[in-house]
Structures are given as C-alpha cells and as structure tokens.
Design a protein around this ligand. Structure first.
Ligand code: G4P
Length: 525
C-alpha cells in the first residue's frame, strides 16, 4: 500500500524571478487539476515594490501565504502537492527552505527578460541538492528573445544542460502554437481562448500535411527545419539525467492564455520523480520504510492574535503519519502527539487522519517545534538539509523599552524560530545583531515585535560584511582563533560559532592568515 501511495505522489515547487508568471502558472495548473473553478481564485502571494511599507500588505501576505502555501490536487490519478514560494526577493530564505521539502521544481522564465538574477540564485539552491528542474518559458505571446538564444542563456547562466521537449511555432504576433516533441502532438494557439478548452491535434509525424493546413506552409516548413536542428543539436532526452538534476527539459507557452500548461502538466506527471530517499545525519531513509519520519521546513506563528499558536509545516518523508499517534521529537528527545493536523487542499485546510510520503501537513504547535526539527516513529536521527545562508544585511538590535526586555527576547527568539531572520549574539558584551537577506525583514520584525509581543526596538546599521560559520580540524586551533578574534566572534541561535567579518578584504586576509580555519557561508557543512 505504501508503495502505491508513494508512486502516485509528486511534490514540487514553482520558482521564478518576480513577474515571470509564477502565480499565473500556479493558477492554471490548479484549474486543470480541477482544484479551483475559475481564474482569479489564487491571490498573488507577493508584495510589490511600491507596497514596501504597507503593513496591511504584509499581514495579508502572511495570511495568504498560509492559505496558499501548499496546494494539493489530483490530476489523472496523480496526487500533486504544489508548494508555493514567496516571490519577493527579501523572502528568498523562505523559498530556499521550502525547496528542501520538494522533490522537483518547475522554473518559470519570461521569454522577454530571459534568465534574471533571482532565477540564478534559486538555481544555485536546486543545484545544492541536485533537484530535478523543468523549465517553462512563458509569455510566448510577446515578442521575446530568440528561442535558441534563450536556451543558450539558460545553459550558460544556470549551468545546466537543456533539452527542449516542446518547440514554439513563431512568437509574439506570429505565435501559432507549440509542437510537443515528447508527446508528439501539436497545440494551436488562440489568444484568450475559453478556459480549459483543448485544441490539441494529435499527429504521428512532423511530415503530416495537417500541420501545413493548420499553421500555414511557411510556418510549417520553418517548424520542421527548427525541430530538425533542435534534434541535431541536443542529444536525446535521458530521463535519468533529468532526475539527477543534470538536464532540464524545456517547455514553451503562455500561462495567461492557458497555453502550453496542459502540455507541461502531462509531461510533468510522467517525468517528475515521486518522493525520494532522504539523508539524515546517520543514514539514508527510503520513503517506503514502514516507520513514519518527517521534518519541519516552515513555521507560521501568531496568525490569530487571540490564540498564540503556530502552524508548523511538516514534510512526510517515510512511512504513514497518523493523527494522535505518539511521535518522537528528535531534538528534544521527547514524545509528542498531534491531534490537530491539517492537509492543504487548494484554498482550504482540512483535518486529516493520515498522510503519506511526499505529503505536507500542518501541525498546530505551542512552541515546541523549530525549523529543521525531525519527528519520527522512533528513529533518533535528524534530517539534514535545512541550511541557513550567510545573511547580507546586518543591523544591531537596540531595546527601546527596558520594561519589556523579556518580551523582546521572547519575540526575537520566536521570530528566529520562524526563520524570519538570523540572530547573532556576540561573545563579548551583550551585543545582538540581526542578519537578513532583504531589508524588508527589519520592518516586518519591528512591526511584529510590537503587535505580537508588545516590545519595541530600533535597528542600527552596522558595518558588517559577512557572518561566516567557522570550524577547524582541531579544537585547539579553533580555540586559538576564537581567542585571537574574540571581539568578532558571535553565536547563532543554535550556539554555533560565527565570525563576524567587517569587510571583504579583511575577511580575505583573515582567511589567508588562518589556513586551518574553515569559513562557511551556509550553516550546513
Ligand atoms: P509572478 O507570480 O511570477 O510574480 O508573476 P504573475 O503570475 O503575477 O505575472 C506577472 C505579470 O505577467 C502579470 O501581469 C500577468 O498577467 C502577466 N503574465 C503571466 N503570464 C503571461 C503570459 O503568458 N503572457 C503575457 N503577455 N503576460 C503574462 P500584471 O499586469 O503584473 O498583473 P495582472 O494585472 O495582469 O494580474
């Protein structure tokens, strides 16, 4: 039974640079999956640039992102779990963590803009785990870059080989459709066609004269030529290479016009991997092992100000999860039972009694769970793989209300558990520095500390360049380093040693002078 459940699950995330069309594609996938009935039902989970200081927006974003964080739906007998990732780059860290819970990703690229900065960063995260990537080149109804140039750009900037599994017939005003090389069928393009209406022509060969009839002789001729070229240039598609994260199959389409989306989905369910084995600190656990294991990759706190509870998002990795069963909390070495467990189906949450590998469930928690925690039916090893990245912006915390010191500490600690930012406490004195990926986080922290914990603080700019986790082959060497750089040594929330470097040049010098010390830019090493 467990093998059956695993075989039919696909857990994936959609990633893109903001505005490439992630929200639109998500919505269309849900429409095809029958999870929603009409367009417009999925609200954009993004904070636009102009809304930077709009608190309502942020609160809304938190609300929306709980509702739409995980969208489960069924398509042709496959249970699909789609994990949403925040588009705004200041929330990139949240995206990185979410990517640890998926088995594959679909990357959306705007054909006009090509590979953008955020796409490159996200690809680096996929590469860290060899996550299989499928590419959807979107907005083909606009005059974009030449498809060959786009493919070259992807190979170059994202350091992954590509294999087009579909090929566009024209582009922009002359966009006529897509020929799917994997399923051997032709899709014709009509802008603003009624939703979900199919216009698929099944053909056995590219020589079929129906192609000429449908798209015109000259476009048909060009298609044959281009497909011939594509097949000559790119080696045959090898599924295993895709599953190993070495080759990205590429699809072309226009999400807003419902075009190419079904192509993508049909190929996705055939190609994308079901839940895979995962490594803990001690061993690799296969999804079909009978005993339940899973890990927490996301936490949402204080959604309802009247109830101080939080929802922890757990990815089931092996075995069957059962509501109310006693499970082992590996970090705390204590048993826990979860009576209130939810599954996320498109827009609703529903109570569930059981879940299988690949599923994402929400656990109501009163403060015992942290990002990265492992729960199991007995296994005592912790899942690896939820890294913290060295932040890019640092500010020192200044308490503005001495009467509320306790609230400030509690609030900061809980927000750090949620992964909003990283806190570094200096060994010398009581200096605390918050590090984030984006500036927006500081505003979020200040606002939430005030509204959820009644504490107020200021953030003062620091002249820090990087926080690097440090290790050494011997304790003696590490101690010597810490002694000599004591003023610049801090600890992260887990008590790990961190070197706070003030400039790039200085960090380089220290690295050169202390060859026995390893400086790490992610917390996972
Ligand atoms: P994101 O989640 O990646 O940030 O992107 P989103 O789906 O919100 O899409 C960004 C903009 O691109 C939207 O326009 C959307 O309508 C448009 N778009 C998405 N797919 C296509 C496509 O295939 N072709 C064209 N031409 N446009 C597309 P907007 O003006 O920002 O918002 P809206 O008012 O249209 O919702």
């Amino acid at each position: 039974m467990i093998a059956e459940e695993i075989k039919k699950r696909r857990t994936f995330g959609i990633i893109s640079h903001p505005d490439a069309g992630k929200t639109t594609l998500t919505e269309k996938l849900l429409l095809f999956g029958g999870a929603i009935q009409k367009a417009g039902a999925v609200k954009s989970n993004k904070i636009k640039q102009h809304a930077r200081s709009d608190w309502m927006e942020i609160e809304k974003q938190r609300g929306i992102s709980v509702a739409t964080s995980v969208m489960g739906f069924e398509y042709k007998g496959t249970k699909i779990n789609l994990l949403d990732t925040p588009g705004h780059e200041d929330f990139a860290e949240d995206t990185y963590r979410t990517l640890t819970a998926v088995d594959s990703v679909v990357m959306v690229i705007d054909c006009v803009k090509g590979v953008e900065r955020q796409t490159e960063k996200l690809m680096e995260v996929c590469r860290m785990r060899n996550t299989p990537v499928m590419v959807f080149i979107n907005k083909m109804d606009r005059e974009g870059q030449d498809p060959y140039d786009l493919l070259d750009e992807i190979e170059e900037k994202l350091s992954i080989r590509v294999k087009p599994l579909s090929w566009p017939i024209g582009m922009g005003k002359t966009f006529k459709g897509v020929y799917n090389l994997f399923l051997n069928r032709l899709m014709l393009f009509q802008p603003s066609r009624p939703e979900l209406q199919d216009d698929v022509i099944e053909i056995q060969s590219l020589e079929d004269p129906r192609i000429d009839k449908e798209v015109g002789e000259s476009a048909a001729g060009r298609l044959r030529e281009e497909v011939g070229l594509v097949e000559g240039v790119y080696p045959d598609f090898d599924v295993q290479e895709y599953l190993d994260g070495k080759v990205a199959p590429v699809f072309f389409g226009s999400a807003v016009n419902n075009f190419g989306v079904r192509e993508l989905l049909d190929c996705f369910i055939q190609l994308a991997p079901p839940p895979k084995a995962r490594a803990t600190e001690e061993r690799v656990i296969a999804p079909d092992e009978p005993d339940f294991t899973g890990f927490i990759f996301k936490i949402h706190a204080n959604m309802d100000p009247k109830h101080r509870n939080r929802i922890a998002f757990l990815r089931v990795c092996s075995g069957k999860f059962e509501r109310n069963a006693p499970y082992h909390h590996v970090r705390l070495d204590k048993p826990f039972r979860f009576s209130n467990t939810t599954a996320f189906m498109a827009q609703e949450k529903e109570i569930i009694d059981e879940a299988w590998p690949g599923d994402i469930i929400g656990l109501y928690d009163t403060g015992n769970l942290k990002i990265g925690d492992t729960l199991s039916a007995g296994d005592k090893s912790l899942y690896k793989g939820i890294p913290s990245f060295s932040p890019e912006i640092f500010r020192e915390v200044v308490n503005k209300d001495a009467m509320k010191t306790k609230q400030l500490e509690k609030g900061l600690s809980q927000l750090m558990d949620e992964g909003v930012a990283q806190l570094f406490s200096y060994e010398m004195g009581s200096r605390k520095v918050v590090g984030t990926v984006g500036a927006l986080q500081f505003e979020v922290i200040q606002y939430r500390l005030k509204h959820e914990y009644g504490a107020s603080c200021d953030f003062v700019g620091t002249n820090l360049y990087k926080a690097c986790w440090i290790t050494a082959s011997s304790k003696k060497k590490l101690d010597e380093f810490v002694d000599s750089k004591y003023r610049y040594i801090a600890r992260d929330k887990d008590g790990k040693l961190v070197f706070m470097a003030e400039t790039r040049a200085w960090l380089q010098m220290v690295q050169d002078n202390f060859p026995d010390i390893q400086f790490h830019f992610t917390s996972e090493f």
